[in-house]
Design a binder for this molecule. Structure first.
Ligand SMILES: [Zn+2]
Length: 244
């Protein structure tokens, strides 16, 4: 959820009750819902939220049955209050997956864009392949990774610690990883989220954005990568993570 003190925008409401509770506590009106993809842990709260929603529900056009009343696609722009989002198709986790890239506030470009990337990119990890292909997911991640360093990345799940355990298995010699893991352990110990993250952090710690690093390549080669090419390394990492 993001809000300005009176109006709120919610992304991927898998449940309604935490959203309703937060809206009530902070005295907010729900102005829009953005949905990245079809999985129930991103959509199951939509129905109940409709009764208090005063604006549109944006999402992939294949999801009108899940309650999307404003289907959007690659290249569309969405204005929610003072914010403007670009709609990016970021397939891989699922084919219809969208990401929402906010780069304008009150019609002015902001220095650090804000990205809601659903289950495409996680902190220190990436989404599983459901009906997407490794190449699609890799392309989606590479596209996200081209945003500015300070871009705030808002994934849909707090999987950071378990992802970091995998990242350390891939790159045991990466000192940025152990430092960041300690930072995240401290946060989680105080019941605080590790998210949002930034692209600059992810470039240092996320093995799925580091498939050209020699240590990542050699770890992937030991886990089934058929060659040292980017796609082979990435595909092997993603398969390894599934059984990690
Ligand atoms: Zn999902």
């Amino acid at each position: 959820m993001i809000h300005n003190g009176s109006d709120a925008l919610v992304v991927d409401p898998g449940q309604a009750s935490p959203v309703i509770q937060a809206l009530q506590q902070l005295g907010l009106k729900l102005r829009a819902i953005l949905v990245t993809h079809r999985h129930p842990d991103h959509t199951a709260g939509i129905d109940e939220l409709k009764s208090i929603l005063t604006g549109p529900i944006y999402g992939p056009d294949s999801l009108t049955s899940a309650g999307i009343d404003h289907p959007v696609k690659e290249g569309d722009q969405i204005a929610v209050g003072p914010l403007t989002f670009d709609v990016w198709q970021t397939p891989g986790h699922t084919q219809e997956h969208l990401s929402f890239v906010c780069y304008k506030f009150l019609a002015k470009n902001i220095e650090a864009p804000l990205v809601f990337c659903g289950d495409t990119l996680f902190s220190a990890g990436c989404g599983r392949l459901f009906d997407g292909h490794p190449e699609s997911l890799l392309n989606s991640l590479e596209r996200l990774a081209q945003l500015p360093e300070q871009t705030k990345i808002c994934p849909a799940h707090e999987y950071t610690l378990s992802n970091l355990a995998f990242a350390e298995a891939v790159e045991p010699g990466n000192s940025a990883l152990s430092t960041y893991r300690q930072h995240c352990l401290n946060l989680r110990g105080r019941n605080m989220p590790t998210l949002p993250t930034t692209l600059s952090i992810e470039r240092q710690i996320n093995p799925f954005l580091r498939s050209t690093e020699p240590d990542v390549i050699s770890a992937a080669r030991e886990h089934g990568a058929t060659d040292e090419q980017l796609l082979a390394v990435f595909t092997a990492l993603r398969a390894w993570k599934n059984i990690f």
